[in-house]
Ligand binder design. Structure first.
Ligand SMILES: [Cu+2]
Length: 290
């Protein structure tokens, strides 16, 4: 009887500590996104884009980082002239319409660590790039993000004016971007260019927000695919090249075994050009110190 009571007390004490621990580490995180009309130019080409931006002057989709346990309280303002949705597959699928010059408020709780895709499920939203990343957890590690997007100059004009309602079979994109930037501008994107030290545990999220599959090739390192939303067979595979399906989000773990500066690039060679010239487009750098 005495032992039972002691166990009960220990359990209660542990419960109190767990409760205190949870309340001290979790928080409600308030954020606002603005769905904007934007564009991306590389000199010869200009594509129309739609983005969920953190501010009215941003040119790329916001990356929202949460600690494990956080609850996201999100305000979304639609500054486009067309209606959109704020969608996260399996989490926010209903009551998520964003009227033009209107918006919505969303209280979002995540239960599983990892990256999530938010997007407008309207064709003219997602096909023009309104698609970004929320990262939940892994807050004690370096986290990097590659949001892939490509489009064609005349096609984006037709989609924006509602004259085109699908991606045509002869789709020929002419801008290939990561975080709405092209190489070498990517070298100055601290969320995209992977930096760290040998032995670090680094998490890289790749989201394919584009309108075609994108195969990637790592030089210098192999990565472990921790999560893949569509190519689920890849889970826990350690690879240096793999495809990312249209709309797919992946979480990669990189533990660098050697110092150096190495490229990571799309294996479809047209996508690592800008204005038709190599190197450009979806070409990224990993820079690891000893
Ligand atoms: Cu290669």
């Amino acid at each position: 009887m005495y032992i039972w009571n002691m166990r009960k007390i220990k359990f209660l004490i542990a419960f109190i500590f767990i409760s205190l621990g949870k309340s001290s580490f979790s928080a409600i995180v308030y954020d606002t996104l603005y769905l904007l009309q934007n564009s991306l130019s590389t000199g010869a080409y200009t594509i129309q884009t739609r983005i969920f931006a953190s501010s009215l002057t941003d040119t790329t989709n916001a990356i929202i980082e949460l600690d494990e346990g956080d609850v996201l309280q999100l305000h979304v303002v639609n500054l486009d002239t067309l209606e959109h949705t704020f969608t996260i597959d399996g989490i926010v699928e209903n009551n998520n319409l964003l009227n033009p010059n209107g918006g919505g408020d969303f209280t979002i709780t995540f239960t599983e660590k990892g990256p999530y895709r938010y997007y407008s499920d309207k064709f003219y939203g997602k096909s023009l790039g309104a698609s970004g990343i929320i990262m939940y957890g892994y807050e004690n590690h370096a986290r990097f993000y590659w949001n892939l997007f490509e489009q064609s100059t005349p096609l984006t004009q037709d989609i924006a004016s509602l004259n085109q309602m699908s991606i045509p079979i002869d789709y020929q994109p002419d801008i290939f971007s990561i975080n709405m930037k092209v190489h070498p501008d990517l070298n100055f994107d601290a969320k995209a260019k992977v930096t760290g030290n040998v032995g670090d545990t680094i998490y890289i999220t790749i989201l394919n927000s584009g309108n075609m599959e994108h195969p990637f090739h790592f030089h210098g390192y192999h990565v472990k695919i921790l999560k893949a939303s569509q190519n689920t067979k890849y889970t826990n595979w350690i690879k240096d090249s793999f495809g990312i399906a249209k709309g797919e989000i992946m979480l990669l773990e990189l533990i660098p075994n050697q110092p150096g500066i190495f490229p990571v690039h799309n294996h479809n060679l047209i996508t690592i050009t800008t204005n038709g010239v190599y190197p450009g487009g979806m070409l990224n750098i990993i820079e690891i110190q000893p």
